[in-house]
Ligand binder design. Structure first.
Ligand SMILES: Cc1cc2nc3c(=O)[nH]c(=O)nc-3n(C[C@H](O)[C@H](O)[C@H](O)COP(=O)(O)OP(=O)(O)OC[C@H]3O[C@@H](n4cnc5c(N)ncnc54)[C@H](O)[C@@H]3O)c2cc1C
Length: 289
């Protein structure tokens, strides 16, 4: 059973065109946060019931290594006050949570939240991802505040193994980076008013919000995403489906790899399936809990 140690980041290499424009070829995924659980505080609550119910022994059950599964199990057991000796012990947590997932009692899974940083993802990917609203939170790099120094691009999977499409991609992003710089310079020259830090930030914002108009969908858009386990399961099921767009399918596959390493009881029922084009989809019998 995994979950005890913190999963290592799934990093993504940065490449450069011969003219030096940086780009990435897949999503980097870094786990930033997961639940932390401390059950000792329940002692007063448990002791307050009649001693004959045996609730005090609830805290003697050896804890699960996965905080998310532990949290969801406690939440589920409080629903029926199944805290006495006849409750499901932690040793049978996988079956317990499996039953919750199978029966669609997904609200219990909303207690466990996981935060990831995604980089090496394109603006078109994040545009699709942020359509998932329920149980999700986003903070995305702002093209109004960022200038050319941090500009990077993402090469789609389809371009990576085709020499002509790859060359066109490199030429295109060189041109986009150059056009962006030239347009920002021109806009900056046109707005050379004001002084001080606030005026300088405001001026930069006004330059960049206009200059970004020419950036393509394949511009990188780093984003921090928090989701509860129920919402993440829905996103993974929808975006790792064979009909999903390949870039987001691959990126969400990497997110799933980190989440399943964190908590196999909450995310371990997804199965990989190789598709005719050689890419991989993930499937579960319980896509919407
Ligand atoms: C393969 C694919 C193709 C797509 N193609 C298109 C397209 O062509 N055009 C387009 O615009 N979008 C498209 N989408 C986006 C899609 O329509 C959804 O907007 C997106 O997947 C978010 O999912 P969701 O609606 O389940 O919302 P989430 O926010 O992920 O919500 C999860 C669940 O909560 C419930 N819920 C959330 N909000 C509400 C609400 N306001 N009222 C009632 N119930 C709610 C629903 O049961 C919902 O399924 C596509 C998505 C996929 C996966």
């Amino acid at each position: 059973v995994g979950g005890a140690s913190w999963p290592e980041p799934l990093d993504a290499e940065v490449f450069r065109t011969p003219r030096g424009t940086p780009y990435l070829r897949q999503a980097g995924v870094v786990l930033l946060a997961r639940p932390e659980v401390r059950l000792e505080g329940m002692a007063g609550f448990l002791d307050g019931f009649g001693a004959e119910l045996g609730f005090a022994a609830y805290l003697q059950d050896p804890r699960l290594p996965m905080p998310g599964a532990q949290l969801c199990k406690v939440a589920g057991q409080v629903c029926y006050l199944s805290l006495g000796p006849r409750r499901t012990p932690n040793a049978a947590a996988q079956e317990y949570l499996g039953r919750l997932i199978e029966s669609g009692h997904g609200s219990v899974l909303e207690h466990a939240t996981y935060t990831v940083l995604l980089y090496g993802v394109s603006r078109s990917l994040t545009h699709e991802l942020v359509r998932h609203r329920a149980g999700m939170a986003y903070s995305q790099a702002s093209q109004r505040y960022l200038g050319g120094a941090t500009l990077r691009f993402v090469e789609r999977p389809e371009f990576q193994h085709d020499a002509e499409l790859h060359a066109l991609f490199e030429a295109r992003i060189d041109r986009a980076a150059e056009d962006y710089r030239a347009l920002a310079e021109r806009l900056d020259a046109a707005r050379a008013e004001g002084s001080g830090a606030a005026a300088s930030t405001e001026r930069r914002k006004r330059v960049q919000q206009a200059a970004r108009a020419l950036l393509p969908n394949e511009t990188e858009a780093p984003i921090v995403v928090t989701g509860n386990a129920r919402a993440w399961r829905h996103v993974i099921a929808a975006r790792c489906d064979e009909h999903a767009e390949p870039e987001i399918r691959r990126a969400m596959g990497r997110v799933h790899a980190l989440l399943v390493a964190c908590d196999p009881f909450l995310f371990g029922d997804f199965r990989a399936e190789r598709l005719a084009d050689g890419t991989v989809a993930l499937r579960t019998a319980h896509p919407k809990v």
